[in-house]
Write a protein of this length. Structure first.
Length: 392
């Protein structure tokens, strides 16, 4: 997927954190890939440094400007400020229509040539995305045009975030049982917990966690549930009989619940690789679960009037049309299923289809690789736009 690097370019990403860790998670992964694989000078503007620090402990929550892993981090505190043309990057990315400062846009319009301005949109499998990908949006009063750039699952979209080294790293990790066991021991797991079926849980607060906790206690096979601190806090605390703080754990029936500290992104990837089943949410962990090549259940970010249900079904129909058990559990987990839900039956049927799901994961990876990765596709589009402007 990785291609020859273009000439060094300055690039800025603007991120407003709405979904606690998903927004900054995506932008931080993109920033690192652009800087480390494509050798760009990357500047990341972010408004929520505490959330950023949860996934990258090197971040100083109190610094207005800092450099982390070779990337310039700017604390985006307000919409004020005047900018000179020298401060403007060659490529400017605003994540999910986050409204970059008016003064920055004014300076962009004064640059010659104009920078390439992209609105990196949210991920969806809905068909309409193909018609909107790379569409121009001229500014209403300034001589500058923004283009929409959509990640996605087809060749007519921008593809998914995927670093060049992820597949070989995952393959090595999963084939080296001593390596994966050592990683899990560092997180506090006992040999018995490592030997059990391992499930990671990352979901929004409204997920029906208590229902599955009850089912998992009744299983014949031992289950270790690994939950980052702060996730499903009410249900996990109730199960533990104590606050769900990092390091807390309890076994009841077949189920052991262990609360993990929030870990940096590379370690979260390894956690997904090490677990047999992953419950993920939003966009960032959802994409990383796809690269883990393990069965996963997605908890989609909720939208008004249940608009997310259509988005959820679009992905399920694209990803696993021949796996009704996986679809049914996902729909129930997201509150789409109406009426009484037999969680024990849903889990039993899902577990029975794990081998088919794993086989599908390999096919899905090959299909996504044909599209190319998001960072490379984005840069190819940006450089084509810049070349067109230089020729005019």
């Amino acid at each position: 997927m990785h291609q020859t690097n273009p000439p060094a370019t300055r690039l800025s990403i603007f991120c407003k954190v709405v979904d606690n860790y998903g927004d900054i998670g995506i932008c931080w992964r993109l920033a690192r890939q652009l800087a480390h694989e494509h050798m760009l000078q990357v500047e990341l503007w972010v408004d929520d440094l505490p959330s950023f620090r949860r996934i990258c402990p090197e971040v100083d929550m109190h610094a207005a400007h800092q450099t982390v892993q070779g990337i310039q981090i700017q604390h985006w505190q307000n919409q004020d400020g005047q900018f000179s043309t020298e401060q403007i990057a060659d490529i400017v990315i605003e994540f999910f229509a986050c409204d970059i400062p008016p003064g920055y846009i004014q300076a962009m319009a004064q640059c010659e040539p104009r920078p390439v301005w992209l609105n990196l949109e949210g991920l969806t499998a809905e068909e309409w995305v193909e018609g909107c990908h790379t569409l121009p949006s001229p500014h209403p009063s300034l001589p500058i045009t923004k283009h929409f750039f959509f990640p996605g699952f087809t060749i007519k979209t921008g593809g998914l975030l995927c670093e060049a080294e992820i597949a070989p790293q995952r393959s090595h990790f999963q084939s080296d049982t001593a390596h994966s066991a050592a990683f899990l021991r560092e997180l506090g797991l006992t040999p018995e917990e490592i030997a059990a079926q391992k499930i990671s849980l990352f979901c929004y607060p409204h997920a029906p966690v208590a229902a599955l906790l009850e089912v998992w206690q009744q299983q014949d096979q031992a289950i270790t549930l690994l939950v980052p601190e702060g996730v499903a806090q009410t249900e996990i605390s109730a199960f533990l009989g104590q606050p769900a703080r990092a390091g807390a754990y309890l076994s009841r029936g077949a189920l052991t619940v262990r609360v993990l500290p929030f870990i940096p992104q590379p370690d979260y990837d390894r956690l997904l690789w090490a677990c047999d089943i992953n419950f993920v949410r939003g966009e960032d962990s959802f994409v990383r679960a796809q690269w883990a090549c393990q069965p996963f259940i997605w908890h989609i970010y909720p939208q008004d009037e249940n608009l997310h249900h259509k988005k959820l079904r679009a992905f399920l129909n694209a990803h696993q049309p021949s796996l009704p058990a996986a679809q049914q559990l996902t729909l129930a987990w997201n509150g789409v299923t109406q009426g009484a839900i037999n969680w024990a039956q849903l889990w039993r049927e899902f577990s029975a289809s794990k081998a088919d799901i794993s086989k599908l994961s390999q096919h899905w990876q090959r299909k996504m690789a044909e599209i190319g990765d998001l960072a490379t596709n984005l840069l190819q589009f940006a450089h084509a736009q810049a070349q067109d402007r230089r020729q005019k």
